[in-house]
Design a protein around this ligand. Structure first.
Ligand code: ZN
Length: 190
């Protein structure tokens, strides 16, 4: 079989077309990847905002419960749990104070840990015979704060009632996830 000049020209055009097509595909793929990343970051941003809203809702409810206002029974059960945890934390803090502490602040009764030079609540000077040990201050303070915060957050997030109320938002989230999945599927085909 002989190749004519025409054949070669045709072949050349076909190769050029194929290259252009390939370049277009790569371009589209990059666009899709960027789009997927954008959608993903939107999803995680919305999730974070929801988490924060759920927590705020829980704190608002808990305040109502504490003020003696009537709250939904399922919420009241959670509030009771939170209250129990808080009481337990208080007991533990007292124990810590007994074990290694310096009693309570004379101004505001905040439990003080060993090594605290000033009250963490009101700033009053702690009457101190010993030199404060820097390491002790940081250690005990951070343990106090982390534990208190973690406990409160764990308990407040996602009471069943609240999840139900937010069903529509969840659906939108799922739709978005499906969209991302389908976009990723296309990526794989190319
Ligand atoms: Zn104080």
């Amino acid at each position: 079989m002989k190749f004519t000049l025409e054949d070669l020209e045709q072949l050349g055009r076909r190769v050029a077309d194929t290259l252009t097509e390939a370049a277009d595909t790569v371009g589209k793929k990059t666009e899709e990847v960027i789009e997927v990343q954008k959608i993903r970051s939107q999803i995680s941003m919305l999730r974070r905002e929801n988490e924060k809203a759920f927590q705020d809702m829980g704190r608002i409810l808990y305040t109502k419960y504490q003020d003696g206002e009537s709250v939904d029974p399922s919420c009241a059960a959670l509030c009771e749990e939170i209250e129990k945890h808080m009481e337990a934390i208080e007991e533990y803090e007292k124990k810590l104070v007994e074990l290694r502490g310096k009693g309570f602040c004379k101004e505001c009764q905040t439990p003080l840990s060993k090594g605290m030079a000033y009250c963490p609540t009101c700033g009053a000077k702690v009457e101190n015979e010993e030199e404060p040990a820097e390491e002790d201050i940081f250690e005990s303070e951070s343990i106090f704060e982390e534990e208190t915060e973690e406990k409160a957050e764990e308990t407040v997030v996602f009471p069943e009632e609240m999840e139900e109320q937010h069903e529509p938002a969840k659906e939108v989230e799922e739709d978005l996830e499906d969209l991302v999945d389908s976009l990723e599927g296309k990526e794989g085909e190319v």
